[in-house]
Write a new protein. Structure first.
Length: 170
C-alpha cells in the first residue's frame, strides 16, 4: 500500500491516536497543568500558539505530498513519506500518556521513554522536511509554503517539545 490512499489512511488512523492520547492525558491527569511541569506560564501560551501553527504546517505539508507533487510531475514513491509519518505519529501518540504516568509515578523509565519519543518526533520531523525539499527539483509557491510549514513543525517538535519542554519540565 504505497499510494495517496495509504498516506491518508496512516494520517487518519494514527493522527486520531495522537489526538486521543492528548485528550486521554489531559482528562486522566489530576492536575492537567502538571503536564507542563515547571514551564513558566508565559511560555505556555506561546507554545500553544506554536502548536496550532505547527499543525497547520503539517496539514499543508501533507496535502502537498499528496497532491502538489502531481502538479510538477513527481514519480517519487509514497513509501519514505508513509514510513516517516508512521514513526512520527506513533512516537507522538505515546508521549502524553507517558507524561501522565510519569507525573503520577516519577518513574525514570517513563522519563527516558518520554524524552526518547520527543526526540524521535523532532528528528523525524526534520527528516520530513528533508524529504520535501528533495522531492522535486522544481520549486513553486505551494512547495515553498509546504517547506515553511514543515520547518515550523520541525522547530516546534524538536526545539519547543524535545528541548524547551524537557528542560522546563523539572
Amino acid at each position: 500500500m504505497n499510494t495517496r490512499l495509504s498516506l491518508f489512511a496512516i494520517n487518519g488512523l494514527l493522527g486520531t491516536t495522537v489526538l486521543l492520547s492528548y485528550i486521554w492525558g489531559i482528562y486522566s491527569a489530576e492536575d492537567p497543568m502538571a503536564l507542563w511541569g515547571e514551564m513558566p506560564e508565559i511560555y505556555i501560551s506561546y507554545i500553544t500558539g506554536s502548536m496550532v501553527i505547527a499543525a497547520l504546517g503539517y496539514i499543508v505539508y501533507t496535502l502537498y505530498i499528496a497532491y502538489g507533487r502531481d502538479i510538477i510531475i513527481s514519480n517519487d514513491s509514497f513509501y519514505p513519506y508513509n514510513l516517516t509519518y508512521i514513526i512520527i505519529l506513533v512516537s507522538a501518540s505515546i508521549w502524553m500518556p507517558l507524561t501522565a504516568w510519569y507525573v503520577d509515578t516519577s518513574s525514570l523509565f517513563y522519563w527516558i521513554l518520554i524524552v526518547g519519543s520527543l526526540y524521535i518526533v523532532g528528528f523525524m520531523s526534520c527528516f520530513m522536511t528533508y524529504l520535501l525539499i528533495k522531492s522535486t527539483p522544481k520549486v513553486n509557491l505551494w512547495k515553498n509554503i509546504a517547506i515553511g510549514g514543515s520547518i515550523w513543525f520541525s522547530f516546534h517538535t524538536l526545539i519547543l517539545d524535545a528541548i524547551v519542554w524537557v528542560i522546563y519540565f523539572h
